[in-house]
Design a protein around this ligand. Structure first.
Ligand code: TYM
Length: 335
């Protein structure tokens, strides 16, 4: 890590599981901001594979997707020389502190987590203990690195609040062990919606392939998905309540071009939705092209990517072990 004394520390993670690795939602809501933060902050980013196994995975696929997701983070511009970039399960401190944090998490607060409620209704045949204590592991991920800021999409806000609650509870018992992290939720693009049901979050697990764009989708696939995006029966490109589909497309366009909703409305004044959809699709395809190319280049040299994974885990383990040892002493574990 770079100079930890003067720079604030950032930490965030992403699951490798699911078809297509990362969606446009993951990219705009999280990963793109991560690479932008690396100059100003001391950053740690990881592939949350332990979180992925709270839902049943195909072992071969999970392994392959972990390597792909790691390479994709690098392809998105995250520099392993400037940041800690690693795979969660390679740093055993996460699982250890996760257990300790689960002993300071209450049944009632875990039961209130909306993601737990959602996932347990989607996977009713496998409502396992890991799915339930997931937020305790996420708290451990963050607290191990004494993170100041956690850049995430809006859906992770409740988990961040939980992390602060557990950390406060622990600090009240044992002194100032953990720094209290703040969420960083981007002002634009924190919740990219489905292209087919724009009142629902764009999600990897959505069974409708037209609902989501993947970072690795080819240009023609991206253009097609945007062309078939659901809008409304009006014709005016303007951001307004009740126009969920157009609002979502305007948010995607604004997030990538950096323009405001008013500027977009002016740009497309007098043009129809058809033209607008083509432009949004094209700007997404142009933005993702270099990422796709860099990913393909990295995946030609898996040994190199694995080497970076190994180095990342060693460096992360060094930082994480300091916090874990402090915690173990505080709770009375015999070191
Ligand atoms: P995950 O893998 O579901 O998503 C990774 C990041 O992408 C954001 N995101 C979105 N942002 C905008 N629009 C969307 N449609 C969209 N979909 C996903 C998520 O908010 C997230 O920031 N529990 C986490 C992983 C995790 C983690 C952590 C994050 C594990 N430990 C510690 C931060 C700190 C998760 O499942 O994210």
């Amino acid at each position: 890590m770079a100079d930890g004394l003067s720079k604030k520390r950032i930490l965030s993670g992403i699951q490798p599981s699911g078809e297509g690795i990362f969606t446009l939602g993951n990219y705009i809501g999280a990963v793109r901001n991560w690479s932008r933060m690396q100059e100003e902050f001391d950053c740690a980013y990881f592939i949350a594979d332990l979180h992925s196994i709270t839902v049943r995975q195909d072992p071969k696929m999970l392994k392959q997707q972990t390597l792909s997701a790691f390479a994709l983070l690098l392809a998105c511009g995250i520099d392993p020389e400037k940041n800690l970039v690693f795979v969660q399960s390679h740093v055993h401190e996460h699982a250890e502190l996760g257990w300790i944090m689960s002993c300071y998490s209450q049944f009632g607060e875990l039961s209130r987590m909306t993601q737990f409620k959602d996932k347990s209704s989607k996977h009713a045949d496998n409502v396992n203990a890991g799915l339930f204590t997931y937020p305790a592991l996420m708290a451990a991920d963050i607290l191990l690195y004494q993170a100041d800021l956690v850049p995430v999409g809006a859906d992770q806000k409740q988990h961040l609040e939980f992390t602060r609650d557990v950390a406060t509870r622990f600090n009240n018992l044992y002194g100032e062990v953990f720094k209290l992290p703040e969420p960083y939720i981007p002002p634009m693009g924190a919740k990219i919606m489905s292209l087919q049901e724009p009142d629902k979050k764009m999600s990897k697990s959505d069974p409708n392939p037209k609902s989501k764009v993947f970072i690795l989708d080819e240009e023609n696939v991206i253009l097609k998905k945007f062309k078939s995006a659901v809008t409304d029966s009006e014709t005016e490109v303007v951001y307004r309540e009740g126009k969920d589909g157009i609002n979502n497309l305007m948010t995607i366009y604004a997030s990538i071009t950096g323009g405001t909703y008013d500027e977009i409305a002016q740009e497309f004044a007098g043009k129809g939705y058809g033209d607008f959809k083509v432009c949004v699709g094209q700007c997404v395809a142009d933005e993702l092209k270099p990422v796709r190319e860099e990913y393909a280049r990295l995946m030609q040299d898996k040994k190199y990517v694995e080497e970076l994974m190994k180095k990342g885990a060693e460096n992360a383990g060094y930082v994480a072990s300091r916090t874990l040892n402090k915690v173990k002493k505080k709770v009375g574990l015999y070191l």
